[in-house]
Design a protein around this ligand. Structure first.
Ligand code: WTA
Length: 644
């Protein structure tokens, strides 16, 4: 990390919006300046005007009701986000493509807005017939297939709260999330395709369901055609359900603050947080940010490569683009299947115009070599986006020059599961981009860099990134644990939203986000809590204690290093331990490195000194006061322990 901070500090390149871009967009520099100023001076007027661009069954009379730290947006309005994402476009865009999908095996499917609308309505009717009511929770555990979007929208249409669990999570992670949400229906698939093999989702789901008695029905999409056991009375095929369901459906008229979805993300304790988003504010926020950042028109085919299991997949694969009537490209599989040209081949084949992906992917492509990119005609591309982790200037410039051919603006976007939508970015027709810096605040976003005690810092001083006012797409609470909501986000520095990131802001207001300052790792753009990893490790019968730290990784941003002590007399190999973590959480959590040790560095009161472990993991010399350690000699032994 030190290396990349240095790089960012010495980065002075800037990239102005291409002239033809600035001439064509709604969000020019002037338009941004005026709207941003108004969004802070007259938030009620600003947000009420934006809300009016969407459909409300009952129009809200007020934008914000702020009882810190709880916000309600458009509270007396009623609406339906699925109606706004689908029905609203039918008269003008009914035959336009809503979703263009390519499976990893090359299968292709296209759904027009009419077709997507019909299938969403059918599933909405089927769910209702199964007894799902507004407010009930439905867990989704699916590959990246159109049914994932259909299922989310069908839940939203009837007011059921969806909880999407990434298909790469293990049975036990799924089980924990189903229980926490109290879901009564699970929607899954027989399997999915990943890097040429089949991921057995239904088998994991069956395993998870042994521990979740509340699930009444399991709806199974036939994706791979493999034989899967179906439990009579519980399991139903998606196709059978839809075949019998009407394609007419009146959307539920929901209060603006009706819960829309729960999405689990890692925090600094062992238990993932169920971030709760509600209807109206999330809708207005994702609608506006998608419009401002991407300005999608009828000729665009927009591709955000995120899985629907992450927030980026919620806000910028499904809701934001469909609220804007855009055509969305979806790809099911791995970026390197059958080789590293897969993305570029698909961009050429489908004439994708906007690509929004993560720095880890960009760095992997960079490492694979330019030839994979250059073999393809990428002239359809007009805009590139980056999300999920800090992007180092080298990767930014490579993305711009090699993928974008030097003519596509690159927008880096900083935000979080909790913020619901993009908070910091440069608008492609309005602002110069500075590689490595996420950029300027979106409308209504009031960021600051503060010390631990809440003192605001000046230009170029490093500190904690906070947001000083509420915004429409903010999380409303942690599901079932409002205390945790208040503690994690609004109490670290009283009165402001504490993002958990370290950052700096330059004299022009550009914010550079350095990375997490809490016990959360960002591995390939995925958030993983060190405590969560440690609880998975100690659940291994041979493991006595474990401490997990991140270490800088050129491709993944951060790698996972686990220091492990074994029970006396027990044996385990590094591979055993790694496989165990993958079983407990999922393959994304597999430690890169295991270091077995006879003891961990602890203070006399028993606290593990992670600072030293981070230094050892990064191969640095130990620095800092070691005198508080119970046994300073532990450090030397740890440095000598082979990394496996
Ligand atoms: C990090 C993903 C630097 C950050 C949308 C944040 C970023 C966490 C950026 C949220 C960016 C996301 N530059 N860091 N452009 N975007 N992050 O909840 O540490 O999966 O707190 O949301 O990712 O991750 P999450």
């Amino acid at each position: 990390m030190t290396q990349s901070i240095e790089n960012v500090l010495h980065e002075h390149r800037r990239y102005a919006p291409p002239a033809e871009y600035a001439a064509r967009v709604r969000w020019t520099r002037d338009a941004y300046d005026r709207a941003y100023a108004r969004s802070l001076q007259d938030p009620d007027g600003f947000w009420s005007d934006i809300a009016r661009e969407l459909h409300w069954f009952r129009a809200p009379t007020q934008a914000l009701d702020w009882q810190p730290p709880h916000a309600q947006w458009f509270a007396d309005g009623t609406t339906n986000i699925a109606y706004n994402a689908l029905d609203r476009h039918l008269p003008t865009r009914g035959d336009a493509r809503a979703i263009v999908w390519e499976g990893e095996d090359g299968t292709q499917r296209t759904l027009t807005y009419h077709e997507l609308h019909a299938q969403v309505c059918q599933l909405a009717n089927a769910l209702t017939r199964l007894g799902v009511h507004a407010g009930d929770r439905v867990t989704l555990y699916l590959p990246l297939i159109p049914e994932a979007a259909i299922a989310m929208l069908a839940c939203a249409r009837i007011g059921a709260v969806h909880s999407v669990v990434f298909g790469g999570f293990s049975a036990s992670a799924l089980c924990e999330r189903i229980k926490d949400a109290g879901s009564k229906v699970l929607i899954t698939a027989d399997g999915g395709l990943r890097r040429g093999s089949t991921v057995n989702l239904k088998a994991s789901a069956d395993e998870a369901l042994k521990g979740t008695p509340d699930i009444e029905h399991v709806i199974v999409v036939n994706r791979t055609g493999q034989a899967v056991p179906m439990q009579a009375g519980r399991d139903l095929w998606w196709d059978d359900l839809l075949r019998d369901a009407s394609a007419e459906h009146a959307p539920a008229e929901l209060n603006s603050e009706h819960p829309l979805f729960i999405l689990y993300t890692s925090g600094s304790t062992g238990k993932p947080k169920g971030v709760l988003h509600t209807t109206g504010g999330y809708m207005v926020g994702t609608y506006l940010t998608t419009q401002a950042v991407f300005e999608l028109g009828p000729d665009d085919l927009y591709w955000c490569t995120a899985d629907v299991g992450w927030v980026t997949g919620h806000s910028y694969v499904v809701y934001g683009p469909l609220l804007n009537g855009a055509s969305v490209f979806l790809y099911e599989g791995a970026p390197n299947h059958p080789d590293w040209s897969r993305f570029w081949a698909m961009i050429e084949r489908h004439r994708v115009t906007v690509l929004y992906t993560a720095p880890t992917a960009i760095r992997s492509f960079m490492r694979a070599g330019d030839a994979f990119v250059q073999r393809h005609d990428l002239s359809s591309l007009r805009l590139l986006g980056s999300v999920g982790e800090p992007i180092n200037p080298e990767a930014w410039v490579w993305y711009h020059d090699v993928v974008g051919g030097g003519h596509c603006p690159v927008v880096d976007t900083w935000w979080q599961t909790e913020t619901g939508g993009i908070m910091l970015t440069t608008l492609p027709g309005a602002h110069d981009a500075k590689p490595g810096s996420a950029g300027l605040p979106m409308f209504g976003v009031d960021p600051a860099i503060m010390t631990r005690t809440g003192q605001e810092l000046g230009p170029d001083e490093g500190g904690f990134l906070v947001l000083k006012r509420p915004w429409p797409s903010m999380l409303r609470t942690v599901y079932g644990d409002d205390d945790r909501y208040q503690q994690s986000y609004w109490s670290e520095i009283p009165g402001v939203y504490f993002a958990g990131d370290g950052a700096r802001r330059d004299a022009e207001g550009y914010v550079t986000v350095i990375g997490r300052i809490d016990d959360v790792l960002n591995v390939s753009g995925h958030r993983l809590g060190t405590m969560e990893l440690e609880s998975a490790l100690v659940a291994h019968p041979s493991v006595a204690e474990a401490a997990v730290v991140g270490r800088p990784d050129d491709v993944k941003g951060e790698g996972i290093v686990a220091f492990v002590t074994l029970q006396s007399g027990a044996t385990a190999t590094a591979d055993d331990v790694r496989a165990h973590v993958a079983r407990e959480i999922g393959a994304i959590a597999r430690p890169d490195e295991i270091r077995f040790a006879d003891a961990l560095p602890k203070t006399r009161s028993g606290k593990i000194m992670r600072r030293f472990l981070r230094q050892i993991a990064a191969g640095q010399a130990i620095s800092g006061d070691t005198s508080t350690l119970e046994d300073p000699a532990v450090l030397e032994r740890l440095q000598q322990a082979p990394a496996q």
